[in-house]
Every structure is written in C-alpha cells, then in structure tokens.
Design a protein around this ligand. Sequence first.
Ligand SMILES: [Zn+2]
Length: 180
Amino acid sequence: MSQAIPRTRRSANVRLVGDFDDLLAANKEFASDFRLGGFDGVAHAGVAIVTCMDSRIEPLRMLGLKAGDAKIFRNPGGRITPQALEALVLGVHMLGVNRILVVPHTRCAVASHSEQELRDLVSASAGVDASWQQFHVVEDQIASLAEDVQMVRSHPLIPGTTEVGGFLYDVDTGLIDQKF
Ligand SMILES: [Zn+2]
C-alpha cells in the first residue's frame, strides 16, 4: 500500500515517473534537429544580460539575438548579486563579453511587494513558516538599477572598455528603455 507523499516532503532520491515526460519528449524533438553541437561557449555578440527570472522575458529574442550570442544571468528582480558579478567577470575575461545589459522589468513581483508580503504569501502557499526566507525586495526599482549599474562599472575586474547599461523592460509593450 502506498501513501501519497506531500511534494515538500518528497525524498530527493525518489523519482516519480511521468512528471517530466512532456518536457523530455520535447527535448528529443529538439535534439533530432540539433545544430549547436561542438559550438564554443563564447558570447558571439559580445553581450551579457542580467535580467529577472520572470517568464514574460525572452532575453535573446527581445534584443534580436540567438543561441550563442549572449551570456545570460537571471534571478528574481534581475539584480547584481555577488553571483551575477562572478558571471560578468568570467564573461568579460573568458567569454568575449564587451557589453553588459542590466534589465529589470515593469510589474516585477520583487519590486511590487514588501519583504513581509512575500513571506506571508509563501508561508500561505507552503503551509509552513517562511519568515526566515529572504527575498531581497526592491523598494525603488530605478534607484536600485542605478546602484546595480554602478556596482558593475566600478568593479575592479570589469575594465572601462566594457560598456555597461541599465534598462527597464516593459512586459506589456516589449520595449526596452535605457535608464543609465
Ligand atoms: Zn521580475
């Protein structure tokens, strides 16, 4: 007799057959026509993009780029975190990056909720206390973007020859507006 295991309590070792079948079938289709094999990992357009995890954002397509053109780093809010800086330093020195775009977006969850609101929402969804979880909400999106761009520009391992811009992506029009 088997009992349903709540998703949050599922052992990492238990493989539930079927959960990913649709995606793996799509991958087989993708691989059947695969043309990126043996491709190098350089950013062929010299571009690195830091943007939000938001599903409304298509980082390559919104800039007229394609696979192989850009390094992309995503997190909630599209923030310049220590990990984002690690990625950008590697991108600039090892992967051909010479232009960096920091691109948060309109109607972003981390810019339109307070830390407490997000904790309450997650607590309600999880059914357990989430008051310890940090979400790094943004109170002033444009001011945060200015700080983030400055952090990249002033990083000792990002040379002055690297162009760094701060932009806001409008999820309702698809337009990108340069702010910095
Ligand atoms: Zn967002």
